[in-house]
Design a protein around this ligand. Structure first.
Ligand SMILES: O=C(O)CCC(=O)C(=O)O
Ligand SMILES: [Fe+2]
Length: 274
C-alpha cells in the first residue's frame, strides 16, 4: 500500500493540476484532512485575529455573556470542558463566501449547483490550560467529534493540539508545516453527498502540559436550508455501487446530533442505524 500524506494545496491558482487533484482526493478519502496555502490571509491579518481572540477571551465573563457579534452565542468554560469556551458567530453575510463548487468540481469533475449556494457560520474557540493538573501529560479539551458541515476551514494560533483519528483507530497530530497554512477537513454532509468517497474524520483537541493559550476559528460551510435533502448523486456513487446513506434533511441530522450529545462523537454511521 502506498503511503498517503496530508497534502498542502496551493489555492492561489484557479484550477488544480491533475496530480494535485488526485493527491487531494486520496487524502480526503484516507484522512478527511488537508492543508491550504496561499489562501490570501496576510500575516498581519493572522496577527490581528490572534490578538483579537486573545482580547475577546480575556474579557470579563459578564462582558462575554452579553456580547452579540452578528447573531452570536457564547458557551462559557465548564459547560463542555473547564478548559474550553467558544463563540458561535452567524453572519452578517457569510453565505457570500460560502462556496464549495470549485472543490467538488476539481475532485470529481462534477458540477454540483448545491455547492454554489451554501451557508456558513464561524466558531471562535478559546482553550486555556488554567488549573490543569500538573501530573497530566495530555488533556482532551475538545472531545472527539465529526463536524456538522460540508467542509470546515480552521485557522489556529501556533499552539498545536488538533488530532484526527486514522482509519485504524490511532490518533495523529494535524500539524501544518508552515504556520500560516489553514487546515481543511471534510464534514458529515460532504461524506454523505460523496457516498463516503470523502471521509468526515473524527477529530479532537488535546492540550499538553505548560501549553500557552490556544485559539482557533473554524468556518463551517453548511447547506443553505434546514430542509435541504442530502443525497449522493448517481454520478458520484458510480455504476454498480450502492448508496451508503439514505436521503436525509440537514435538520433531521442536526437534531440527531443534538439529541445524542455532540460530545459522544456520534457520526453518520450511527445515524443511518436509527
Ligand atoms: O481547534 C481546532 O483546531 C479544531 C476545532 C474544531 O474541531 C471545531 O471547532 O469543530
Ligand atoms: Fe471540529
Amino acid at each position: 500500500m502506498s503511503i498517503v500524506e496530508v497534502p498542502v494545496i496551493d489555492i492561489s491558482s484557479q484550477s488544480l493540476t491533475e496530480s494535485a487533484a488526485s493527491s487531494l482526493l486520496r487524502a480526503c478519502n484516507e484522512f478527511g484532512f488537508f492543508f491550504i496555502r496561499n489562501h490570501g490571509l496576510s500575516k498581519e491579518l493572522y496577527q490581528k485575529l490572534i490578538s483579537g481572540a486573545d482580547q475577546l477571551f480575556s474579557s470579563p465573563e459578564e462582558t462575554k455573556q452579553k456580547l452579540t457579534i452578528g447573531a452570536s452565542s457564547y458557551i462559557p468554560r465548564f459547560v463542555l470542558s473547564p478548559f474550553f469556551e467558544s463563540f458561535k458567530v452567524s453572519g452578517p453575510n457569510f453565505s457570500a463566501s460560502a462556496n464549495a463548487q470549485g472543490f467538488t468540481q476539481s475532485l470529481f469533475g462534477h458540477q454540483a449547483t448545491e455547492f454554489s449556494n451554501c451557508n456558513a457560520y464561524i466558531r471562535i474557540n478559546g482553550f486555556t490550560p488554567r488549573g490543569m493538573n500538573e501530573e497530566e501529560e495530555e488533556l482532551e479539551v475538545f472531545k472527539k467529534h465529526t463536524d456538522l458541515s460540508y467542509v470546515t476551514i480552521v485557522f489556529q494560533n501556533d499552539i498545536r493540539g488538533l488530532q484526527m483519528r486514522l482509519k485504524g483507530g490511532d490518533w495523529m497530530d494535524v500539524r501544518p508545516s508552515e504556520d500560516n497554512n489553514l487546515v481543511v477537513n471534510i464534514g458529515d454532509f460532504m461524506e454523505a453527498w460523496s457516498n463516503g468517497r470523502l471521509r468526515s474524520a473524527v477529530h479532537r483537541v488535546v492540550l499538553r502540559k505548560n501549553n500557552m493559550k490556544r485559539f482557533s476559528m473554524a468556518f463551517f460551510l453548511t447547506p443553505k436550508d434546514d430542509d435541504k435533502e442530502i443525497y449522493a448523486p448517481s454520478e458520484i456513487v458510480g455504476e454498480g455501487k450502492s448508496r451508503l446513506y439514505r436521503p436525509f434533511s440537514t435538520q433531521q441530522y442536526r437534531l440527531f446530533k443534538e439529541k445524542n450529545d455532540v460530545n459522544a462523537g456520534y457520526q453518520l454511521k450511527d445515524f443511518i442505524r436509527t
